[in-house]
Design a protein around this ligand. Structure first.
Ligand code: HEC
Ligand code: HEC
Ligand code: HEC
Length: 113
């Protein structure tokens, strides 16, 4: 009987963990990023999650919270255009070079006024 109760408890723990992973907050589908004087950048968040899979590609540099890039730049934790150059454009250029589906690399394709 004790073993059964233990098994049930373990099963409940495993189920709870699995559910927690499944419902991780994916954030907004599309996010308007502050692009300074150049104009804002409309970033398709979910389509990148689907194309890349790994959240860390971007969220190693900044956490999964809204308006963080702007705050981090103001606090000096990120340099201006660091995310743009080291994350966004870097990947788009690599993909383009590899002949794969890529994102934009020209200023006006990302920045809208
Ligand atoms: C290609 C880059 C990239 C990838 C990959 C990525 N994100 Fe994000 N995420 C962003 C950006 C950019 C923001 C907005 C940050 C800001 O507003 O300063 C953001 C914001 C968020 C937020 C904050 C809420 C919101 O909607 O603003 C959550 C939650 C989040 N991401 C979850 C995830 C999860 C979960 C994954 C992986 C499945 C993921 N992200 C993958 C770039 C990315
Ligand atoms: C792939 C999309 C993309 C392309 C292409 C792009 N940018 Fe950006 N840019 C961003 C994003 C996202 C930000 C905000 C994050 C950051 O500052 O790293 C930004 C921020 C900026 C800022 C504001 C920096 C600040 O904090 O004041 C300027 C200025 C800028 N970009 C200029 C340019 C110029 C000039 C080009 C063309 C040579 C260009 N961008 C191409 C996405 C892009
Ligand atoms: C690891 C690779 C990778 C990173 C990092 C990445 N992108 Fe992309 N991006 C892609 C790919 C691949 C596509 C093409 C997806 C498609 O066409 O289905 C794309 C497409 C786009 C598009 C065009 C979407 C459309 O519907 O035409 C925009 C705008 C864009 N990316 C902006 C950004 C911004 C801004 C960042 C940084 C915050 C970023 N990307 C980071 C790989 C990346």
């Amino acid at each position: 009987m004790k073993a059964r109760i233990m098994m049930s408890i373990i099963a409940i723990i495993i189920l709870t963990c699995a559910t927690a992973v499944a419902v991780e907050n994916q954030g907004a589908k599309d996010i308007m990023l502050d692009g300074g004087k150049k104009g804002n950048v409309n970033f398709p968040h979910h389509s990148h999650q689907n194309a890349i899979g790994d959240c860390k590609v971007c969220h190693d540099l900044f956490p999964k919270t809204a308006v963080t890039i702007k705050d981090f730049k103001e606090q000096g934790k990120l340099k201006k255009m660091q995310v743009m150059n080291k994350i966004c454009i870097e990947c788009h250029k690599l993909k383009e070079k590899a002949g794969e589906k890529a994102g934009p690399t020209k200023c006006s394709q990302c920045h809208v006024k």
